[in-house]
Design a protein around this ligand. Structure first.
Ligand SMILES: Cc1cc2nc3c(=O)[nH]c(=O)nc-3n(C[C@H](O)[C@H](O)[C@H](O)COP(=O)(O)OP(=O)(O)OC[C@H]3O[C@@H](n4cnc5c(N)ncnc54)[C@H](O)[C@@H]3O)c2cc1C
Length: 223
């Protein structure tokens, strides 16, 4: 997957078109797509708002007419509550596209591992026609399994890893993504794509060093 031609440093203006809550703490927004704004699935945009900057991975496919994001509402956060409350039609400034978390086809099986809204770049990849991957999505409860229908249609294996008390549906797993990898992924060499919290990325990377030597690891850290 090659990088687009849009200059990442150029400042774009966008308008909020729609917002919908996916769970009690996560919402999706749809924004206008500036003319000529191009990106590759896995890339992100950077909002510039009153002196601060916040990055969000695009969940829409590069051919969609609008831009969509999946955002966790961070209580007392500086910016996500602003997006959660902004009036439809509000304008925002952003730069981008940023980032290099792009799918790199290879002979090794691709294993996508995410926690929470770390699912976002994989959604854009799946919507752009990438198929045949294994996807682990680590969340506390089943209502946080965003975009499950997209992944059921594109993944070779989609595993919902529930760390809370609720029992997973058929095909799901009760436990952390690391537990699933340690217990169920056969030894071998893979291309791992990890997106989400620092702790998950650190723990999975240690596990890969231990069990899946010869693998490649691509990472995108959210916080
Ligand atoms: C490369 C990259 C891509 C990202 N993509 C996304 C994305 O697609 N969707 C998304 O929701 N976020 C994404 N983020 C995180 C996002 O940029 C912000 O950091 C997040 O929305 C919090 O911003 P805030 O101003 O509301 O909170 P802040 O005022 O920055 O943070 C307040 C506190 O909340 C903690 N915190 C920050 N983020 C989270 C979180 N997600 N969950 C729980 N606690 C948190 C911080 O450590 C801090 O202590 C991404 C970050 C990076 C670096």
């Amino acid at each position: 997957m090659s990088l687009p031609k849009t200059t990442p440093s150029s400042i774009q203006v966008t308008e909020l078109l729609k917002r919908g809550w996916l769970s009690k703490n996560t919402f999706e927004i749809e924004l206008t797509r500036p003319a000529q704004f191009d990106f590759a699935p896995g890339q992100r945009i950077r909002f510039i708002h009153q002196g601060s900057q916040r990055d969000y991975s695009l969940i829409s496919g590069p051919d969609n007419e609008t831009l969509s994001l999946c955002i966790r509402y961070v209580e007392r956060g500086a910016f996500s509550p602003i997006l959660a409350a902004a009036r439809i039609g509000s304008q925002f400034h952003f730069s981008g596209p940023h980032g290099y978390f792009l799918f790199q086809p290879s002979k090794r099986p691709a294993i996508f591992v995410s926690t929470g809204t770390g699912i976002a770049p994989f959604c854009a990849m799946a919507r752009s026609g990438i198929t045949g991957f294994t996807l682990l999505h680590g969340v506390r409860s089943a209502d946080e399994l965003y975009y499950a229908a997209v992944f059921r249609a594109t993944a070779k294996l989609y595993v919902a890893c529930l760390s809370g008390a609720s029992k997973p549906a058929a095909g799901g797993f009760q436990g952390w993504v690391t537990d699933y990898l340690a217990k169920h992924l056969p030894p071998g060499s893979y291309d791992f794509y990890l997106c989400g919290r620092t702790e998950m990325i650190r723990d999975v990377t240690l596990l890969i060093d231990d069990r899946f030597q010869g693998s490649l690891v691509y990472t995108e850290i959210f916080y």
